[in-house]
Design a protein around this ligand. Sequence first.
Ligand SMILES: Nc1ccn([C@@H]2O[C@H](COP(=O)(O)OP(=O)(O)OP(=O)(O)O)[C@@H](O)[C@H]2O)c(=O)n1
Ligand SMILES: C[C@](O)(CO)[C@H](O)COP(=O)(O)O
Length: 231
Amino acid sequence: MNYTVVLPAAGSGKRMKADRNKLLLELSGKPIFIYTLEVFDRDPNCEGMWLAVKDGERQLIEEYVERYEIKKVKGYAIGGAERQDSVRAGLEMAGPCEVVLVHDAARPFISPSVITELVEQANQSGAAIAGVPVKDTIKKVQGGLITETVDRSSLWMIQTPQAFRYELLLQAAQLAQAEAFLGTDEAMLVERTGHPVQVVESTYENVKMTTPDDLIYGQAILASRLQEEQS
Ligand SMILES: Nc1ccn([C@@H]2O[C@H](COP(=O)(O)OP(=O)(O)OP(=O)(O)O)[C@@H](O)[C@H]2O)c(=O)n1
Ligand SMILES: C[C@](O)(CO)[C@H](O)COP(=O)(O)O
């Protein structure tokens, strides 16, 4: 099943504390977002990528896309102040298709088999997102004191990709905009329309490069992949 992917890449990386958009930081000599684009470039079911970028970074990002010979980038939308604004801009520009995936450009280690599973599920049921069960004990804390220990048996950490029938996500995104609702992922926008959202088990490797320690983990993932290739 073919799909189109929208990649929000217009953040600023405050938590990474870098001097530029964190997506341009390098792992083993290659910018983070190029690893992400390569996964989709290699997937024969990916019909095209739409990137949401900052106006002032578009030229630089385009240069990298050319330098690394990424073939499937169809166009660029100008991102907004919030991630949700950037995704909506990308969706509107991508135009109608059957299944659309939204994937953080800051998650370079997504597994191709999870993408395939998400697309199949979204085609059948309308909405499917990636996640992994939480591994730690979860507590609510206020003022340094525990107010509750949460039963973790049904808690999942949600990632991207998040896959949807295009019209379902577009309408949910436009409704959220009209009602000034701000969510932290696309599923939240669809959930509030009442449409069920499936969760597909992903991998813990699919971490979002958010804080400096994530770069160390990212580097370790690359080293272990290289070792596997060579053995
Ligand atoms: N206004 C925004 C904010 C974020 N993103 C993108 O959404 C993804 C996930 O966001 P996050 O990790 O929060 O990135 P930043 O906003 O860059 O980081 P921070 O919140 O630490 O500033 C990233 O690929 C980021 O580039 C975006 O396109 N537009
Ligand atoms: C969409 C997301 O990656 C799912 O985990 C996450 O919610 C993005 O959060 P951020 O704070 O905007 O990075």
